[in-house]
Design a protein around this ligand. Structure first.
Ligand code: GDG
Length: 457
C-alpha cells in the first residue's frame, strides 16, 4: 500500500509559479514522494471570501487558497495571532492586547478552514499544520469527524507556564494541543515547557512513553530543530560575494552584520547598545569596525512594531552622532528588505554575525551566516542563548543578550580570534548544518507523524 498524501496547512500559502521559501524547499521531497495539497490564506482580503484551487506543472503539490475578510485579517491575524500569541510566546505578556473578538474570529477562521479541509482530505492523508495561527485546527477538524493523523509544528518558542496563565483562554489552549497526534517543537527546552504545561493540568495524564493523554486524545511532543538548505546557501553566498555589491569599508575596517525582521523579540536595541558598549570599552576598535543592521518592516499595523521602529531610529542616530567621523559610520541601519542573493554576499563579507534575540524559536539567520562563510577564512557567529539554534550551535560564541558587557566582550573576542580557532569552530558548525539540514527536518518530522499509533491500528 502506498503512503497517504501529505496535506500541509500554513497561514500563508506559498504563491506564484515558483515559490522558493524555506518550507517549500523542506517539503518538496515529501510532496514528490506522496503527492498532496498545500492549504493557506491567499493574502487577499474580500468581503465574500473565495477559495481557489490551482495545480501547477512545476509544483509537486496542488494549492488551495482562501481569502480573509478585512475583519478576520484584523482579528485573527493581527489580533489574536500577532497581538496575543506572538508576544506571549516570546515572553512579552506585557505587550499582549487581548480582546474577546480577536479570539472569537481566531476560532471562527480555524473552524471555517476545518470545514473546507474536511471536504478535501482523503482517508489515509496525513495532515501537517504549521505554526501558531492554526493552533485550534486539529480540534476543529476532529469536530467535523476527521480522524486522520494530524501533526503540528510550532516555529516559535513554547511559553512558560506562568505566561500561559496570562492567556485569557489557557484551558482551551491545552485542549487545542491535545487534539494533535504529534506536536513538534524547535528545541528541547520547548518540549520541557510543554510537558510542564501538561503536568500542571489534573485532567492530563503523562504516559510512561512520554506522550500525554487528555480524555480520548493522546499526543506526543518532540523537538525537531528546523534547518536550512546549507549546501545551496553556501554556493549562493560564494557566487554572490563575487558579483553582488559589497559594503564599502575603510582599509582595516571590519563588518558586523545583523539581519532580522524588525521585531521586538529579536533584541535589536540590545544589539545596538552592546555595539555602543564595544566602542566605549575598546577605543582601539573605533574606526575599525562597523555594524550593518538589515531590518525589513513587518506587521506595521501593530502598535508594538511602531514603537520598536522609533526606538531603533533614535538609538542608531544617537550612536552615530556620538561616534561617527568623516570617513566612518558606526551603524548602517537599513529598514528595507534586501534581495536574497545580496544578503548572502553580505553575510560572507561580514567578519562577525551578531544574532541576539531575547526569545526565538530557532533563528535561521544564525544558520545562514555560518553557511555563507568562506571556509578558508570564516567569520565568527555571536549567538544568543535565547535562540533555539543555541542548542545545536555550541561552537558559536554563545551570549546572554541581556548582558551588554558580555556581548561587547564576545564581539571583541570574535574580532580578534585567530584564524585557526575560527576555522575549527566554523567546521564544526557547518558539519551540523549539513547533517541536520532542512530536508532532514521535514523527513524526520513526517516519519514520526506517520509512525504515531492512532486509534485501534
Ligand atoms: C520564525 C521563527 C524560526 C530577513 N531579512 C531579510 C530576509 N530575511 C530572512 C532571513 C531568514 C528569515 O528571513 C528570518 O528567519 P528567522 O528564523 O531568523 O526568523 P522569523 O522570521 O522570526 O521565523 C524563527 C523560523 O520561523 C523558522 O522556523 O527560525 O525562530 O521566529 O531566512 O534570511 N531575506 C531577504 N531580505 C531581507 O531583508 N531576502
Amino acid at each position: 500500500m502506498g503512503k497517504g498524501r501529505l496535506v500541509v496547512v500554513s497561514n500563508r500559502l506559498p504563491l506564484g509559479p515558483n515559490p522558493s521559501g524555506g518550507l517549500v524547499v523542506a517539503l518538496r521531497d515529501a510532496f514528490d514522494e506522496a503527492g498532496g495539497i498545500w492549504v493557506g490564506t491567499s493574502g487577499r482580503q474580500s468581503e465574500t471570501p473565495k477559495t481557489r484551487f490551482d495545480s501547477h506543472p512545476g509544483l509537486p503539490f496542488d494549492r488551495l487558497s482562501f481569502d480573509l475578510t478585512k475583519t478576520e485579517y484584523e482579528h485573527y491575524y493581527l489580533g489574536y495571532s500577532n497581538s496575543v500569541l506572538w508576544p506571549l510566546f516570546h515572553g512579552r505578556a506585557d505587550l499582549m492586547e487581548t480582546r474577546s473578538r480577536f479570539l472569537a474570529d481566531y476560532r471562527a477562521v480555524n473552524a471555517r478552514l476545518a470545514q473546507m479541509l474536511a471536504g478535501v482530505v482523503h482517508r489515509d492523508d496525513v495532515i501537517w499544520v504549521q505554526d501558531y495561527h492554526l493552533l485550534p485546527l486539529a480540534q476543529a477538524l476532529r469536530a467535523t469527524g476527521v480522524s486522520n493523523r494530524i501533526g503540528f509544528f510550532l516555529h516559535i518558542p513554547f511559553p512558560a507556564l506562568y505566561d500561559i496563565m496570562a492567556l485569557p483562554n489557557s484551558e482551551e489552549f491545552i485542549g487545542w494541543l491535545a487534539a494533535y497526534d504529534l506536536v513538534g517543537l524547535q528545541a528541547r527546552r520547548d518540549v520541557a515547557r510543554l510537558l510542564e504545561a501538561f503536568r500542571s493540568r489534573p485532567d492530563v495524564e503523562l504516559m510512561p512513553d512520554g506522550s500525554a493523554k487528555l480524555g480520548e486524545q493522546r499526543v506526543e511532543a518532540r523537538s525537531f530543530p528546523i534547518g536550512i538548505d546549507a549546501a545551496a546557501f553556501a554556493r549562493e553566498a560564494a557566487k554572490a560575494f563575487e558579483v553582488q555589491p559589497r559594503v564599502p569599508l575603510e582599509p582595516g575596517e571590519r563588518l558586523i552584520i545583523g539581519v532580522d525582521r524588525l521585531d521586538y523579540s529579536k533584541g535589536i536595541p540590545n544589539r545596538f547598545k552592546a555595539f555602543r558598549r564595544l566602542l566605549e570599552v575598546h577605543p582601539e576598535l573605533n574606526g575599525l569596525v562597523s555594524l550593518l543592521q538589515i531590518a525589513p518592516p513587518t506587521r506595521e499595523e501593530v502598535a508594538a512594531y511602531q514603537d520598536i521602529r522609533s526606538e531603533l531610529e533614535q538609538l542608531s542616530g544617537q550612536i552615530n552622532g556620538a561616534y561617527a567621523d568623516l570617513t566612518w559610520t558606526p551603524i548602517r541601519y537599513i529598514h528595507r528588505a534586501v534581495p536574497r542573493a545580496r544578503l548572502a554576499g553580505l553575510y560572507r563579507q561580514a567578519a562577525v554575525g551578531l544574532v541576539t534575540p531575547l526569545a526565538d524559536g530557532m533563528n535561521l539567520v544564525a544558520k545562514e551566516y555560518v553557511a555563507a562563510q568562506n571556509t578558508e577564512d570564516p567569520g565568527v557567529l555571536v549567538l544568543s542563548d535565547f535562540a533555539g539554534a543555541a542548542e545545536q550551535m555550541e561552537d558559536a560564541l554563545l551570549v546572554n543578550p541581556f548582558d551588554l558587557d558580555q556581548v561587547a566582550e564576545a564581539l571583541a573576542r570574535a574580532l580578534k580570534m585567530p584564524k585557526g580557532e575560527r576555522r575549527a569552530r566554523h567546521e564544526a558548525l557547518m558539519e551540523g548544518l549539513l547533517t541536520q539540514d532542512i530536508t532532514w527536518w521535514s523527513r524526520k518530522y513526517l516519519a514520526a507523524l506517520r509512525g504515531v499509533p492512532r486509534g485501534l491500528e
